[in-house]
Design a binder for this molecule. Structure first.
Ligand SMILES: [Zn+2]
Length: 276
């Protein structure tokens, strides 16, 4: 059995990094095709897989060599967090809408569209037979087998008096994902914003779709959603980036310290390489 959605649903807005109008329509997938992006501009659908990654600066981008799709991780996180196996994503523009900076609008739309099971062979789960470790500088990943659950322990650490060290522990399930992970918003530091905009990124960013950490205060619309919202957003990103492995995590314990998109993608590659 494989899971897709029952009916189609559309989300519109502007893209976080390019700042242009953006729209995605989630469609039920007829075949065992995983997550893929569709557009009349593409010669064929672009699968959201590790071999299509074109960049990991401030977001994970995929490409077919001609067309780029920026910032795919929040949307993929929602799909993977809800346990969806196959999803067609029709996209207008170069990136999905920033929405509120979290995965909640995507997750809610998918949840409302409803999930349905198809009589097709299950996706091969991603499990490992022994302990794996990956480290680069102060970034560290560890994975080991863990029976009957997917458990992620993630630590975000930033030397800022209002951030510091935050650790979140999470046992993956669609219900918990919706409540504890999907609402965590993306964030940036005010001192980086100028450089980011010069690099052509964050152009659609505002307090409607991001939390901004200034020197002496945190600017968050409606206040922070969780005291550890930053670590939870990093968890959201990690789930989205690991979804690019194309196989659902199973029976695994993962520890991630100071993860980012580049490291997440390398870790996904390592997991896939060592998978049972
Ligand atoms: Zn993110």
């Amino acid at each position: 059995m494989r899971t897709t959605i029952k009916s189609s649903t559309t989300i519109e807005g502007i893209g976080l990094h390019k700042g242009k109008p953006a729209r995605v329509t989630f469609l039920p997938a007829a075949g065992a095709t995983g997550y893929r992006f569709l557009s009349p501009l593409f010669a064929e659908p672009i699968p959201a897989t590790l071999d299509r990654i074109a960049g990991t600066a401030r977001g994970t981008n995929i490409s077919d060599g001609k067309n780029n799709i920026y910032t795919v991780e929040h949307l993929l996180s929602a799909a993977a967090g809800l346990g969806i196996d196959d999803l067609d994503i029709e996209i207008t523009g170069e990136e999905p809408p920033a929405a509120d900076g979290s995965a909640l609008p995507f997750a809610t739309a998918l949840h409302k569209a409803g999930l349905t099971e198809k009589q097709e062979q299950e996706r091969k789960p991603l499990s490992i037979g022994g302990q794996l470790e990956m480290a680069k500088g102060d970034i560290r990943f560890l994975a080991r087998p863990m029976k009957d659950c997917v458990f992620i322990k993630l630590t975000y650490d930033y030397p800022h008096k209002l951030v510091g060290r935050q650790t979140v522990e999470f046992m993956l399930s669609p219900e918990e994902y919706l409540v504890r992970v999907a609402p965590a918003r993306t964030f940036g530091f005010s001192h980086e914003l100028e450089a980011l905009k010069k690099a052509g990124l964050g152009l659609g960013g505002s307090l409607d779709n991001a939390v901004v950490i200034a020197e002496g205060e945190i600017l968050a619309k409606g206040g922070l959603r969780y005291p550890d919202e930053f670590a939870r957003h990093k968890l959201l990103d990690l789930i989205g980036d690991l979804a690019l492995a194309g196989r659902p995590l199973k029976d695994i314990y993962i520890e991630a310290e100071r993860p980012g998109h580049a490291a997440n993608v390398n870790f996904a590659k390592l997991l896939l390489e060592k998978a049972l």
